[in-house]
Design a protein around this ligand. Structure first.
Ligand code: AMP
Length: 409
């Protein structure tokens, strides 16, 4: 299928061509016609599938046509809510990119920064508003955001919204939306509480599903490294120095861990930065910019900070720690291999994390191949890590560990 088959208007087709998009992705093929027909949509798709364009393009087209016809009330006509600031900024940028040349005005609001500049932009007039829930609700309560003329409501990354505890904010926002609207609801996973939320927001939705979470990231080559906890940092620097890794997004479970790992990598002489919720908005944006323009080789991130980050040509995702929710693994590795590009996901697993790996295998319905050829390999895994303290001790003495490894293997 071509973009030309989707009834898109000439300026949008031109923009897509200029961006180098040759064909619509599956979610775009399925969602664009549904949205152009004015129907509600329940989209089951993860990031990396092209879902932002799948909703932004038809919304821009419909708004552009209404604007051209002069059928144009003042105020916000589209509201997109999404869980993180990074994602909100990216979605706003996408509206700017896909709507290039149109007269539609868009802006983004999120918490953690002063509201002054955001308020100024809203007061100047906005057609499309992208927001995180907390700040949006705040601005609505202050009477700054007026949604009376809303036509489109998009709820993005609904499962993550619930995980992050935004459900009450969302319910309060939805209660204030005009009932006559077109609603689009996107989630990577569809557990029962998400389905309940979707049912309360949507009217006769068309359900569109692409690459369900368990079959996700088939383009990503995955490898598991069994390694003692105390050796993970050494394995990471070994990999970064000796393997062909042009850029890596490294995941840790905690903010503290992200800082610690970034410091360690930097001390080893590799450009690295950390990104997480404790950093100021400016520091996060700067770190992301440096990573995107490749002046930083390694970005260390927590799940929430990295969720939805759109980095073209990211070659490697490294799970420094295995996430305890299997879905988070899929989201993590989905940062690479985006829009049909190939990528590599490496996971470092210590004894304590084996239970998490089991759950990931269950979700993936396959086992991640184990890579044993590395200097910190512990094999057979169980035998080595049984005596935890002894093992940690060994980890600090790599020479002895290697002797052990030779004897065993
Ligand atoms: P998303 O799932 O919206 O985060 O998009 C993932 C990536 O795919 C982004 O870098 C988009 O710019 C890119 N993308 C979206 N649609 C297409 C397309 N039809 N062809 C190529 N790349 C695309």
């Amino acid at each position: 299928m071509k973009f030309e088959d989707l009834n898109l208007i000439a300026p949008i087709l031109r923009t897509l061509k200029n961006k180098g998009y040759t064909a619509p992705t599956p979610i775009q093929q399925k969602a664009i016609p549904v949205i152009l027909q004015g129907k509600d949509l329940l989209g089951c798709a993860q990031t990396g599938t092209g879902k932002t364009a799948a909703f932004a393009i038809p919304i821009l087209q419909i708004l552009h046509e209404k604007q051209t016809l002069g059928n144009w009330p003042p105020g916000i006509k589209t509201l997109v809510i999404t869980p993180t600031r990074e994602l909100a900024i990216q979605i706003d940028e996408s509206f700017g990119a896909y709507g290039e040349g149109s007269r539609l005005r868009h802006t983004v609001v999120f918490g953690g920064v002063k509201q002054h500049a955001q308020v100024r932009k809203i007061r100047a007039g906005v057609d499309i508003l992208v927001a995180t829930p907390g700040r949006l609700l705040d601005l609505m309560n202050q009477g700054i955001v007026d949604l009376r003329h809303l036509k489109f409501f998009v709820l993005d990354e609904a499962d993550r919204m619930l995980d992050m505890g935004f459900i009450h904010d969302i319910k309060k926002i939805v209660a204030k939306l005009p009932p006559r609207r077109q609603s689009l609801f996107f989630s990577a996973t569809m557990p029962p509480d998400i389905t309940t939320l979707a049912n309360s927001l949507l009217t006769n939705p068309v359900r569109v599903e692409v690459s369900p979470v368990s079959s996700a990231a088939e383009t990503v080559e995955q490898k598991m490294y069994h390694v003692a906890k105390a050796n993970k940092k050494s394995l990471l620097t070994h990999m970064l120095k000796n393997e062909n890794i042009p850029s890596a997004l490294v995941f840790t479970r905690t903010k503290y861990g992200a800082d610690k790992v970034a410091r360690f990598i930097k001390n080893a002489g590799i450009h690295a930065e950390a990104i997480h919720g404790n950093k100021s908005q400016n520091a996060r944006q700067m770190a992301l910019k440096n990573f995107k323009n490749k002046s930083t080789k390694v970005l260390v991130a927590t799940d929430i900070a990295a969720r939805g980050i759109d980095i073209d040509e990211l070659s490697h995702v490294i799970n420094f720690e295995i996430p305890n929710e299997p879905e988070a693994y899929v989201h993590r590795i989905g940062r690479t291999g985006r829009a049909e590009k190939t990528g590599i996901a490496l996971s470092f697993c210590d004894q304590d994390e084996k239970k998490h790996v089991k759950n990931i295998h269950k979700l993936l319905k396959k086992e991640i191949p184990v890579e044993r050829r590395h200097p910190f390999s512990i094999s057979p895994f169980d035998a080595v890590e049984k005596k935890k303290s002894g093992n940690q001790d060994r980890a600090r003495r790599p020479q002895k560990k290697q002797i052990w490894h030779r004897r065993k293997g």
